[in-house]
Design a binder for this molecule. Structure first.
Ligand SMILES: Cc1cc2nc3c(=O)[nH]c(=O)nc-3n(C[C@H](O)[C@H](O)[C@H](O)COP(=O)(O)OP(=O)(O)OC[C@H]3O[C@@H](n4cnc5c(N)ncnc54)[C@H](O)[C@@H]3O)c2cc1C
Length: 468
């Protein structure tokens, strides 16, 4: 963009929003050059947006989109900035639309168990607000304190309570979206179930800002449960914890969420010295339900030679979970996490190939005691954590490793990403799991809604030519 176009655009944005909601100085734009994906490679501040804007209302978003549409300038909607695949990196410049000032709770409709909010409210802020009404959203992401409702919907965020309550994608009743031509779409009535019309709101789930800017969401909420509980148990190794996980899934017992993984620092949880792995299983419901379910799971632990943690330790573990995940460690980023889906019967083979063949080839160093993990339940996520490659061609080796892990997961009939989406990192990798017809259908949908490709261009939808 040349200087006079830049100045003209600046004047137009300022006249729409006022001076304080438009940023254009390089120093103000610096935080908008990266998300947690590029942060992992510190040297890189190469992509700047031309502007960042901070609208407060749908009308202001409409105005911004109108201005960008007339000039065919890219628009990148931003929530908490916690995505891990480069969805916010402004690779084509343009206007970054930060929703940080769009945090209003528009309506809490307790009798109909739904809430309408602006997109920039974080999941934690919404949870705190709902608690006053005796309600909860049930969307428990590790990034709860950072991730916004708009971001969670646009990435189809995973919740560790998914087994009983589903994920945010299952809770969207209706959305208000500003489309690329500046029109405002209400996707349908504020109901969870209807058989009329196409389910338009589904299009915007996991769309990564490529189809429009969500300006309001109506979500299904639940009454706060009467009781909750957790069973925490330790095992000699991951495969022992996995045995319990497999029995849990086969049993049909109701639980909110569960995870089995190889961990460290388990002595602090009271684990015997020789134990390297754990499983935890969470329950919500009436007191009677929760008691019966946890008693049932304790029997599974007994049958798989697990050692139960003390109850008070298990409850503290449950309460401090999000603190562990939201810590600075995850955001500074010398490490990465694999979040693939692999069919259960291929999980062992996947891990063998991952750690014995792929990791040494590209210099991925597994984090001590964090090689194995399984999110137990409907959306079985398989993964482990590793230090990023260092030294020569570190960035390239990282990309090549991610590609090979993706090839491995899809060759087993799995998915390359359970919950961290596509962004720029997996843009070409998703061709591994979709046919040409499926990819063309996605491109056609994008073309209908965003004919000039101004909505977060260069993300999600792969180029036409398949990478071999
Ligand atoms: C410590 C940590 C823990 C994590 N734990 C989890 C987890 O448990 N489960 C999980 O699923 N993910 C997790 N993640 C990944 C990340 O938090 C999720 O992808 C999250 O849902 C992104 O939300 P956000 O508000 O930060 O979105 P952003 O990163 O700001 O944006 C993500 C995408 O959504 C688009 N977008 C944002 N707002 C809008 C809007 N209003 N309209 C249209 N598009 C929009 C953006 O353009 C972008 O493409 C974790 C990340 C970290 C750093």
């Amino acid at each position: 963009m040349n200087e006079s176009d830049h100045e003209e655009l600046r004047r137009e944005l300022v006249s729409l929003l006022g001076e304080f909601k438009v940023l254009w100085n390089k120093s103000d734009l610096l935080p908008y050059t990266k998300d947690t994906y590029r942060i992992r490679f510190e040297d890189d501040h190469r992509y700047f947006p031309d502007f960042a804007v901070l609208p407060e209302t749908t009308q202001e978003v409409q105005g911004i989109v109108g201005i960008a549409a007339r000039r065919k300038i890219p628009l990148i909607p931003k929530g908490g900035g916690s995505n891990r695949t480069g969805m916010l990196v402004p690779i084509h410049g343009g206007i970054l639309v930060d929703t940080i000032k769009m945090k209003r709770v528009v309506e809490v409709d307790k009798p109909n168990l739904c809430v309408t909010v602006q997109p920039g409210i974080t999941l934690k802020e919404l949870a705190d607000c709902l608690e006053d009404y005796g309600l909860w959203l049930t969307q428990e992401q590790g990034s709860l304190k950072i991730a916004t409702v708009g971001g969670a919907i646009s990435t189809s965020g995973f919740s560790r309570f998914h087994q009983k309550y589903g994920v945010i994608a299952d809770r969207v009743m209706s959305l208000e979206v500003v489309l690329a031509d500046g029109s405002v779409l209400r996707t349908g009535p504020k109901v969870l179930y209807t058989s009329t019309g196409y389910r338009l709101h589904q299009l915007f789930i996991a769309a990564e800002g490529t189809l429009g800017i969500i300006t309001e969401a109506t979500l299904r909420v639940e009454p706060l449960p009467e009781a909750r509980d957790v069973v925490l148990a330790f095992y000699d190794d991951f495969w022992g914890a996995n045995d319990a996980a497999q029995r849990l899934m086969a049993s049909g017992v109701v639980f909110s969420g569960a995870e089995a993984y190889e961990g460290h620092g388990m002595d602090k949880l009271g684990a015997p010295e020789d134990k390297t792995s754990l499983i935890y299983v969470i329950f919500h419901g009436t007191r009677g339900e929760v008691e019966a379910e946890s008693a049932f799971v304790k029997k599974i632990v007994e049958g798989t030679h697990g050692v139960l943690a003390k109850h008070d330790v298990a409850m503290t573990f449950l309460d401090t979970y999000t603190e562990q995940w939201c810590g600075a460690r995850a955001l500074t980023g010398f490490e990465d996490v694999i979040t693939t889906y692999v069919p259960m019967e291929r999980m062992k083979e996947f891990y063998d190939k991952l750690w014995n063949e792929i990791a040494p080839k590209y210099g991925l160093e597994p984090l001590p005691g964090e090689k194995y993990g399984l999110d137990v339940g409907r959306y079985r996520m398989v993964g482990g954590r590793y230090w990023l490659p260092k030294g020569e061609r570190a960035w390239e080796r990282y990309q090549e490793a991610v590609r090979e892990i993706s090839v491995l997961a899809t060759s087993f009939g799995g998915s390359i990403q359970s919950c961290h989406g596509v962004g720029i990192q997996h843009r070409e990798n998703i061709t591994l799991e979709y046919s040409d017809v499926a990819l063309d259908t996605m491109r056609n949908i994008k073309k209908v809604l965003d004919p000039d490709n101004i909505m977060n261009p260069g993300k999600k939808i792969p180029s036409k030519k398949r990478v071999p």
